[in-house]
Design a binder for this molecule. Structure first.
Ligand SMILES: Nc1ncnc2c1ncn2[C@@H]1O[C@H](COP(=O)(O)OP(=O)(O)OP(=O)(O)O)[C@@H](O)[C@H]1O
Ligand SMILES: [Mg+2]
Length: 705
């Protein structure tokens, strides 16, 4: 109780690294978690209470009590007690089994080991003994113990790769450790927000040697992530166990009532009503009969002393309740449970729901799954990674008005020949492309084609990994970018390494290091990303890639002709259901850039209005761009998607798919996966950007009733 009180009153969290005494005095939750509902002692009372909250069980308990009163009991008590006991114990066994599994799971997690820095030395500790304010060491492929503030890592620039699939479905993210923590026995003090469930927000400050440093979401890793490709890293525990964002999001497992449950409850209530009415009629009959005829019986069936007509009618009402109890079907609930259990086994056994690739069968975690599935009217789905495989391949491109990527490399035999990239030692052997003319254009030294691939090699957030000389591996947060950077790599513009200030490329075998002046990052409102770089000759360029609609608005008027040609190509790509991006660049002047960088620095260190300020600055520099071309990336549909959607459509389930793709691409994918069909003539577009606007547009499109 004390703990919960704290939770509600905690307004700010204050903790000190390496100071257990202080942190313990703050009474923060430690890192043990508990998802189980019962323990040995609480099982019986809690479970019985839960079971008797069900109407039917409560009714039979009431009946049992009635049967124990000798005056009204018309049948022996065990006729109700035995079935009730059976029903209760079957359910109790099932609940106990579920809870034992949860206990096992909790124990497994709580007993995982992690290295903790205690009194200056590393010691293995169980997860549950980790406290807020401890410093832990994580290694590659380890689960993140708690919500941690990253302090340092083995990788250059203190970078850490984490896989966040369990939290948000995104496969990989990149985090940076705070640069200020050079030794681990430091006594920093962290002040931050209280526990909450926002996965993408974190705000706090670190005070170290009298200096304050701002902390944000980039510097924390959350429980539920996995460390990848990072030999080791150290983190300071900020939230533990129930306070972690993962647990704050999971909420209590609530008992879900399906509509069949509700229907059954209504039916049972009706039966009760009927029962009460019947008993009332019988009671009235009894009273009349006793009044008239009863006196005749008193000779050989004498009334007990003190029992007159009203009292005996009252008794007989309850006796009838007992006699007629079979009207309320106790087995109704049991048989429904049995059917549900059977149905859930059918789901588990369904061969059509088995995925041989990953050896995963369907698994019904709750017995009510089948009836819940039967009530689905709408499905909301993500496109990339759900309908499609999220495996992107660079398919086509348009450079300076020329279209590359068609499979026209036909030899006499009629087979399509793949390009040979063996001249490029750093090429990715898995990359496949068919159009020979693109390679020729590049080798001829065509400046646009070179700029095109230079852009792809520079403008992204991919991290390279070179464990052995020449064996490059890319870590991409977005698979689109991975595909584009790999394409540039194979066509001779190899992205080799990056530091916060530089990017190094191998351009046609020559090492070139660009100074990275600014990264104008991507987000889904900007729909574009840019980098500003200075090449070894000192020339400054902004490279920008993004959605066609967005880039087109920001092009220099001199590109109009090229724009028309490129639009043609873009339409062709979108017609094939390919994901497109438009690429553009702009040369920058030294004097202008100097001023811009100053303002950029000012805005990005400001405490308030940072985002608006940056948006404005970005908007100002990302204009009058020169068009370079467009890329088309293919993301194939997953197996069986069209068939599944067709079946769902037959069941009259409405499907919504979310995507950020270009409209034509999205429509085409809609057709190829049977979401949209030829007979659907009235496809309409809702273009509003606000909730009210969308509502209004939808209402105008509704057919009149
Ligand atoms: N890394 C990137 N750099 C520049 N522009 C991008 C990048 N990723 C996407 N875009 C552009 O921004 C638009 C919106 O992308 P966003 O990632 O928000 O969509 P999404 O919701 O992820 O959709 P989907 O699930 O289909 O990928 C895309 O159509 C694309 O044109
Ligand atoms: Mg995306």
């Amino acid at each position: 109780c004390f703990y919960f009180l704290r939770l509600f009153t905690e307004e700010e969290r204050l903790l000190r690294a390496n100071d257990r005494a202080f942190n313990l005095s703050q009474q923060y939750a430690n890192n043990a978690i508990k998802t189980s509902k019962y323990n040995v002692f609480s099982f019986l009372p809690l479970n019985l209470f839960e079971q008797f909250s069900r109407l039917a069980n409560a009714y039979f308990l009431f009946l049992l009590v009635l049967q124990l009163i000798p005056q009204i009991s018309s049948v022996p008590w065990f006729t109700t007690a035995v079935p009730l006991a059976i029903v209760l114990s079957v359910t109790a066994v099932k609940d106990a089994n579920d809870d034992i599994n949860r206990h096992k799971q909790d124990k497994l997690v709580n007993n995982r080991l992690v290295k903790v820095l205690l009194n200056g030395e590393l010691r293995e500790e169980k997860w549950m003994n980790v406290q807020v304010g401890d410093i832990v060491k994580l290694e590659s492929n380890q689960f993140v113990t708690a919500d941690l503030l990253l302090l340092s890592s083995s990788e250059p620039l203190n970078l850490i790769y984490v896989e966040t699939a369990e939290l948000d479905g995104v496969s990989a993210a990149l985090k940076t450790a705070s640069h200020c923590c050079c030794h681990l026995c430091f006594l920093g003090e962290v002040r931050c927000e209280p526990p909450n469930n926002h996965l993408d927000k974190f705000k706090g400050t670190l005070t170290l040697d009298g200096q304050q440093y701002g902390l944000d979401n980039d510097k924390v890793v959350l429980r539920g992530c996995t460390v990848r490709n990072t030999e080791w890293c150290f983190g300071l525990v900020i939230f533990g166990g129930p306070d972690t964002k993962l647990m704050q999001n999971s909420g209590r497992t609530t008992f879900k009532r399906t509509s069949i449950d509700q229907l059954m409850n209504i039916l049972v209530l009706c039966i009760f009503g009927f029962l009460a009415t019947t008993c009332a009629i019988m009671t009235v009959g009894h009273a009349l009969w006793e009044e008239k005829e009863g006196s005749a019986f008193t000779a050989f069936l004498p009334r007990k002393p003190g029992v007159d007509v009203p009292l005996s009618s009252f008794y007989s009402f309850w006796s009838y309740v007992i006699v007629l109890n079979t009207m309320v079907p106790i087995s109704l609930y049991v048989s429904v449970e049995m059917i549900r259990l059977g149905n859930s086994f059918f789901i588990d056994w369904d061969r059509k729901m088995y995925h041989p690739g990953k050896d995963t069968p369907a698994q019904a975690r709750t017995t009510t799954l089948n009836e819940e599935l039967g009530q689905i009217k709408y499905i909301f789905s993500d496109k990339t990674g759900t309908l499609t495989q999220n495996i992107m391949t660079f398919n086509k491109c348009s450079i300076n008005g020329k279209n590359y990527g068609r499979k026209r490399n036909l030899q006499k035999t009629g087979t399509i020949v793949e390009l040979d990239f063996s001249w490029n030692q750093l090429a990715d052997p898995k990359f496949i492309f068919h159009d020979y003319s693109l390679l020729e254009t590049i080798k001829e030294g065509n400046p646009e084609a070179q700029a095109f691939f230079r852009l792809l090699a520079l403008c992204h957030t991919v991290m390279p990994e070179e464990k052995k000389e020449g064996e490059l591996n890319y870590q991409a947060q977005s698979p689109d970018e991975g595909a584009l950077v790999t394409a540039a790599r194979n066509f001779g513009f190899v992205f080799r390494s990056r530091t916060p200030e530089t990017i190094t490329l191998m351009e046609m075998g020559k090492k070139v290091t660009y100074e990275l002046l600014a990264v104008l990052d991507f987000n889904n409102t900007r729909k574009r990303m840019s980098v500003i770089v200075r090449d070894p000759e000192g020339k400054m360029t902004l490279y920008c890639k993004g959605a066609d609609t967005i880039i087109y608005e920001r092009l220099h008027p001199s590109c109009n002709k090229l724009k028309d040609v490129t639009t043609g190509h873009l339409n062709e790509y979108a017609g094939d259901g390919l994901r497109t991006l438009v690429l553009a660049y702009k040369d920058l002047e030294e004097s202008y850039m100097g001023r811009w960088m100053e303002r950029h620095h000012e805005v990005s260190t400001a405490m308030e209005g940072r985002e608006e300020g940056l948006d404005e600055l970005y908007e100002e520099i990302e204009k009058d761009l020169m068009l370079l071309g467009a890329t088309a990336v293919e993301d194939k549909l997953q197996d069986g998607v069209p068939q599944t959607i067709e079946q769902l459509a037959k069941a009259d389930i409405k499907i919504w798919v979310l995507t950020g793709d270009k409209q034509e691409t999205a429509e085409n994918i809609g057709y190829s996966c049977n979401m949209l069909r030829e007979e659907m003539k009235d496809i309409f577009i809702v273009a509003a950007n606000t909730a009210d606007g969308v509502k209004e547009e939808l209402f105008t499109l509704l057919p009149p009733e």
